[in-house]
Design a protein around this ligand. Structure first.
Ligand code: SAH
Ligand code: SF4
Ligand code: F3S
Length: 445
């Protein structure tokens, strides 16, 4: 075999994109080796996200930075994938002529064919863009899955979204909700297990809706129970949960299946019923708090994270205070908060974006200050406890440390040799920081 070409993928956005990037890399693994520096690659793929803030501008700026690299050698290939590519399609080609290939999320499976097409005919290739053109073939387990030594892997269980929250672009760029057949998911998870993966995160924009579109009456609870039957997998996570769709049956499965970790990402988006209504979220504050209460009652020690939007059209200071109060009430372990950004084509983009920019930033800051304290409290509370950690990779800082996560999804850095990678160990938490914990291995005896 000749020398392999080199690939680099830049990934933005949600776990769906991360999953797609892994698939692209693995589909091409026979021909391309990974390089960390895009400048050294023969193929660079920019996998884009359009969910917030001027994505188009950002993508064009990033492509501008890759222009010199692309122009330096005519054999190089610059590809754009993901949700911005899906949305911009042909305009992207007009605005960034250095791009060779533009493809939507549903073209991931076609990547090898698109690259050969490109090699044969050095013109630009724009792939088919059809958010409904989801074919099951794209998600079949690949031979090389897990071959890169990963111990924790994402597995898509669903694509798209039916919710059409008034602010959100996702249903437009990813199409309607479609569940993957259970057997296919199980095969993929089992294959990962054979390759050393010990933890899987099941991905969907609304995992609680899993199975609704499948014949055979399986739901999210069945999914959790069936994945848990795969011996090699010792931890199961899932994201994202939806407060309106999360049924008691799902909570029961989270509580009863030992392998399912004590961590739920349950976005609320606003604490104000008036705002939630206009966001078309399909629940009110009381329903949200009811789900949290039930989860906490059934799953002792549950960690909860959420998403919040500030500065939604029409959001008053009083509405925003409801947001602060719900955060205090839930006491999130962590919270992702965003400034509202109108997305073209969505319902709320037609409404006046009337909260002044300055005000939006101030609200975001107030919210983040509150959460900073709650996160800190949540981390402090771990101190002194002994927790099971799965060691995933070398720590970013601290030579000789490995980084892993607890079942509650807290990052812990621990002095440990590489032989611990991919293994579980009980760890005593000795220090709590803002974004991570520090621990020491406790001898198993
Ligand atoms: N399916 C998930 C969310 C996916 S998008 C859910 O319903 O919770 C991830 C997060 O981006 C959302 O939870 C929301 O907080 C944020 N977001 C989405 N659209 C946005 C917009 N137009 N402006 C600002 N934040 C947005
Ligand atoms: Fe977007 Fe709402 Fe679907 Fe989440 S549930 S992806 S916020 S439309
Ligand atoms: Fe972004 Fe597309 Fe995910 S818009 S959040 S990458 S579904």
């Amino acid at each position: 075999m000749g020398k392999k070409k080199r690939i680099h993928i830049i990934t933005h956005g949600c776990q769906m994109n991360m999953y797609d990037s892994v698939r692209m890399r693995e589909m091409l693994a026979a021909e391309y080796a990974w390089v960390d520096d895009p400048e050294k690659a023969d193929l660079v793929i920019l996998n884009t996200c359009s969910v917030r803030e001027k994505p188009e501008k950002k993508v064009l700026a990033e492509l501008g930075r890759l222009r010199r690299w692309r122009k330096a050698d005519s054999r190089r290939v610059l590809a754009v994938s993901g949700c911005v590519a899906q949305q911009m399609k042909a305009t992207l080609i007009e605005k960034a002529p250095q791009v060779d290939l533009v493809m939507g999320p549903d073209n991931v499976k076609d990547l090898p064919a698109l690259l050969s097409e490109l090699a044969e005919n050095r013109g630009l290739v724009a792939a088919r863009f059809d958010p409904e053109g989801f074919r099951l073939k794209e998600l079949e387990p690949l031979e090389s899955f897990g071959s890169d030594g990963r111990v924790s892997a994402f597995v898509a269980v669903q694509k798209g979204c039916n919710h059409f929250c008034s602010y959100c672009i996702v249903p437009y760029v990813r199409g309607r909700e479609k569940s993957r057949p259970l057997e296919e998911i199980l095969r993929e998870v089992a294959r990962y297990g054979e390759h050393g993966v010990r933890e899987v995160t099941l991905l969907g924009q609304n995992v609680d809706g899993y199975g609704a579109d499948l014949a055979g009456g399986v739901d999210f609870a069945d999914l959790l129970r069936r994945v848990a039957e795969i011996d090699a997998i010792r931890r199961i996570r899932f994201v994202t949960s939806h407060p309106a769709v999360m049924a008691d049956r799902h909570i029961d499965a989270i509580a009863e299946v030992e392998k399912v970790c004590e961590y739920v990402h349950l976005p609320i988006q606003s604490g104000s019923d008036r705002v939630l209504e206009r966001m078309r979220r399909g629940y009110d504050r009381a329903r949200y708090l009811n789900r949290v209460a039930r989860l906490r009652e059934r799953v002792p020690g549950l960690a909860i994270s959420g998403d919040m939007i500030v500065g939604f059209p029409g959001e008053t200071e009083a509405d925003f205070r409801e947001t602060l109060s719900v955060v205090e009430e839930v006491r999130y372990d962590s919270l992702f908060s965003f400034i509202y950004s109108p997305r073209p084509g969505t319902r709320s983009a037609r409404w006046e974006d009337d909260v002044p920019k300055q005000e939006k930033h101030e609200r975001l800051q107030r919210l983040q200050e509150l959460q900073k304290k709650l996160t800190r409290d949540s981390n402090e509370a771990e101190r002194g406890s002994v927790q099971e950690v799965l060691f995933e990779h070398a720590a970013k800082k601290g030579a000789g440390d490995l980084s892993g996560r607890t079942r509650r999804n807290k990052i812990v850095n621990v002095p440990a040799g590489d032989e611990w990678l991919g293994r579980f160990a009980p760890v005593r938490i000795v220090a709590a920081h803002q974004n991570s914990l520090r621990g020491e291995r406790v001898d198993e005896s």
